[in-house]
Ligand binder design. Structure first.
Ligand SMILES: C[S@@+](CC[C@H](N)C(=O)[O-])C[C@H]1O[C@@H](n2cnc3c(N)ncnc32)[C@H](O)[C@@H]1O
Length: 356
């Protein structure tokens, strides 16, 4: 198989309603890396199509770091959109489109759609199609099982229109549609618990997760009630100071690992430095960014995961302001910051900040 097809479009999957932010972000990051281009972003479509001028999007994706993108859940370097797939044989044109996208067989197949209510109806089509296509692709020598090889994506807008594209393991999301399948844990006091669980999966590779979240470690949870985030920490054996005027879940308190303090999260500071600060207070994002950066700057916490609730307008600009405030607060000390709009986030993004 030779790499001959050009990948003209970089498709970015995002939360429906955040296409404008996702487009502004890819345009900014591509420009910083020297690629000018044009982003098509239809409101509430759940994806953005970025077309760099005169550049193959596989080269663009290779030049950028997927984990540094805030709004993209997944990205796929695609050829042309196939608009009129024949009802009696969609497999052949998609196989043709896939053939030149990698210079060897693909290691996995993903049949996907945008994450919108409209596209949900397509899942009844996608499941059997995936089976049929995988069989044809294996027979054609295009598909093996190899976690290190490029992944082939078929991204459908309808049963008649879709893209074939490619992503590279290690610089893309491992999850289909970039969506982690996390089950709501029975016993957790609130659905928010899934946000922190997803954040641990997204920001910490498995070995680091074990190293950074060990029994006996200490944490502060600002805006903790009723305790979904605290529950995630307690589940891993951490001792937690839960700061909130609201009531905490009684079963969680019975663990003996939680100290509930009805105090203002903007004033509270622990007597001893803690391993973790987590913060889910509903407040202006700039205030939260400054608060969290302050804890890291003066060593009150080694690392932090926090949620930034975004305003309805100028959300991209607001995040850039938060990044600048964090940089200002931590000026002179090396730090690492990652921001991501997680699947379980709504009008918000989650941050991960630590020294080093
Ligand atoms: C989204 S809820 C937190 C949910 C929690 N993370 C969970 O998983 O159950 C936000 C919480 O922040 C608390 N909060 C807001 N401002 C606060 C402040 N200044 N100090 C302490 N808590 C605050 C609210 O009382 C509310 O319980």
């Amino acid at each position: 198989m030779t790499d001959t097809t050009s990948a003209t479009t970089l498709l970015l999957c995002c939360r429906a309603g955040f296409e404008g932010e996702c487009a502004a972000e890819i345009q900014t990051r591509a420009a910083e890396a020297g690629f000018a281009g044009f982003a098509k972003a239809k409101p509430d479509s759940g994806y953005v199509a970025f077309q760099p001028y005169g550049t193959d999007t596989r080269a663009l994706a290779a030049a950028l770091d997927f984990s540094a993108l805030i709004f993209a859940r997944q990205w796929i370097a695609c050829g042309e959109l196939l608009r009129e797939l024949p009802v009696d044989d969609r497999v052949t044109p998609l196989l043709e489109a896939a053939r030149g996208l990698a210079d060897g067989p693909f290691g996995a197949l993903r049949v996907e759609t945008p994450d919108t209510n409209e596209a949900k109806a397509l899942s009844a089509f996608c499941r059997p199609f995936e089976k049929a296509f995988a069989a044809a692709a294996r027979k054609a020598g295009l598909l093996l099982d190899d976690a290190r090889a490029p992944r082939l994506h078929l991204f459908f807008l309808s049963s008649a229109a879709g893209w074939a594209g490619v992503s590279q393991p290690g610089n893309s999301s491992d999850w289909p549609m970039g969506i982690p399948r996390l089950r709501f844990p029975s016993g957790a006091p609130s659905r928010s618990t899934l946000k922190l669980e997803e954040a641990f999966h997204v920001f910490l590779p498995p070995d680091e997760r074990e190293r950074r979240l060990r029994p006996g470690m200490t944490a502060v949870d600002l805006g903790a009630a009723p305790g979904g985030w605290t529950w995630q920490l307690v589940r891993r054996g951490l001792r937690v100071a839960a700061i909130d005027n609201g009531p905490m879940d009684e079963t969680l308190m019975a663990s003996g690992l939680v100290e509930h303090r009805r105090e203002d999260g903007f004033r509270f500071r622990p007597r001893e430095p803690v391993d973790w600060l987590v913060c889910d207070m509903v407040e202006q994002p700039a205030r939260i960014a400054q608060l969290v950066a302050g804890w890291i700057a003066d060593g009150a916490a080694k690392q932090a995961i926090f949620n930034l609730k975004l305003p309805m307008k100028k959300r991209w600009a607001e995040l850039q302001r938060c990044e600048a405030l964090i940089a200002e607060t931590l000026a002179g000390s090396p730090y690492r910051l990652a921001l991501k709009q997680l699947y379980h986030d709504r009008e918000e993004v989650t941050g991960w900040l630590r020294r080093g």
